[in-house]
Design a protein around this ligand. Structure first.
Ligand code: PMV
Length: 322
């Protein structure tokens, strides 16, 4: 009988510091319990097969160098296969199927989650162990295919799980498992965009700001560090206020939209401790930090504006074999 391996990886929500993290500041990101599941089964010979249940698409991987024929959506997995081969892992021919609960292009790390779960499943099929740091660098290769200039916060978050303090230069600086009983509501606006466009827009804006660029980055980094401190001390009210401030900063650099602002304000009015857009913006999702007693009211306020609303505790297990 041919061998089968299953791996899963969570979604992520950036709590503080997206965009600025691309330019070197720190950021805080939480893994959240919506998962990508990847099944791989050994095949007798190349080409290998890729299939996505949700997207209803297929592709062929022609060899261990990751060359492939099929839709662009599979390019991150092709980059992961090439990264595995370049690191000396012996990837056997396989048939790989993806099924995911994470909406695509919604700022929730779906591409990093697919790359991490695929890498782990293929390593399992190759019979190889991998450290979290190596799995991170392999997953980062997949992210490079998804958007040219990733900071690495998405792959770090889905690989390591929990809640991480991250910087581009230092990787995961600190990690905590979870916070208290406060909840994170995630609502997807349903507006789709590629990460590349908002990231390029912000980098161009920062360039035009010249000397003020450094002041702004310093302010963003201080905000992140205040938030990290509040998170570790379980000062959730303060955390909510800092989320609002972070949304203001993101709005000021042009990555919010009328729809995202409306969702953020609806959540706050319904009793959220704080709310902001999450990820690259210009569409995608917002997050709201709520106490259990206001969960229902905030969910109700957001439901006319979103078809995908989920409620999570902060922190979830990172990528793992199932
Ligand atoms: O692709 P998204 O929406 O999950 O956003 C990634 C976060 C950014 O800071 C905007 C980009 C990055 O690579 O850090």
């Amino acid at each position: 009988m041919s061998r089968r391996v299953t791996a899963r990886a969570p979604a992520k929500a950036i709590l503080f510091g997206e965009h600025f993290v691309v330019s070197g500041t720190r950021a805080v990101s939480s893994a959240v319990g919506a998962y990508t599941i990847v099944n791989v089964e050994e095949k007798a010979s190349w080409p290998s097969e890729l299939a996505s249940r949700e997207l209803g698409i297929r592709a062929l991987v022609l060899g261990p160098d990751g060359s492939f024929s099929g839709p662009e959506e599979f390019r991150p997995i092709a980059f992961v296969i090439r990264a595995l081969t370049m690191r000396g892992y012996d990837v056997p021919p396989f048939s790989l199927s993806i099924s995911t609960e994470i909406p695509d292009g919604a700022g929730l790390g779906s591409s990093a989650s697919v790359s991490a779960a695929s890498a782990l499943a293929l390593l399992g099929l190759a019979g190889s162990d991998v450290s979290r740091d190596d799995l991170y660098s392999i997953t980062l290769e997949g992210e490079r295919a998804a958007h040219g200039n990733p900071s690495g916060v998405d792959p770090a978050s889905v690989v390591h799980g929990g809640i991480i303090l991250f910087s581009r230069e230092r990787g995961v600086i600190e990690r905590v498992e979870g916070v208290d009983d406060s909840l994170l509501i995630i609502a997807d606006s349903g507006i789709r965009r590629k990460t590349y466009a908002p990231v390029t827009g912000v980098l161009n804006l920062l360039k035009r700001l010249e000397y003020f660029r450094d002041e702004l980055l310093r302010a963003a980094d201080s905000l992140v560090m205040m938030a990290w401190d509040a998170l570790k001390r379980k000062r959730t009210e303060e955390l909510g206020i800092l989320m609002n401030v972070n949304h203001g900063l993101l709005s000021s650099i042009g990555v919010s939209t009328w729809e995202l602002d409306a969702m953020v304000h609806a959540a706050r009015r319904a009793g959220a401790l704080g709310s902001k857009l999450t990820g690259a913006g210009l569409g995608g999702s917002i997050i709201a930090l709520v106490r259990p007693e206001s969960e229902e009211a905030v969910r109700k306020a957001l439901s006319p504006m979103s078809r995908w609303i989920r409620i999570f505790h902060l922190g979830a297990e990172g990528a793992a074999l199932v």
